[in-house]
Design a protein around this ligand. Sequence first.
Ligand SMILES: [Zn+2]
Length: 78
Amino acid sequence: MTRIWHIRIQAKRKETMNSKGHVHEERNQKAKGSQLEARAVGLKVICPICKAQLANQNQLVDHYGSKHPKEKPPSNSE
Ligand SMILES: [Zn+2]
């Protein structure tokens, strides 16, 4: 009984220890949802005075009536 010992020559292991820490980048979204919501709903009219986003001209007129009663809403009769 001859045992043949296989000698494993262990080559130099390149143990690449990934020392890269998992960097969690949490993005602080500015004005979260304001722009996206506006797009989602389809707001097209923006108040030139306070930059409020409104759905349509009627909303703008109503907005003027409540927020800017002294101002005249831009006419958009087309
Ligand atoms: Zn306004």
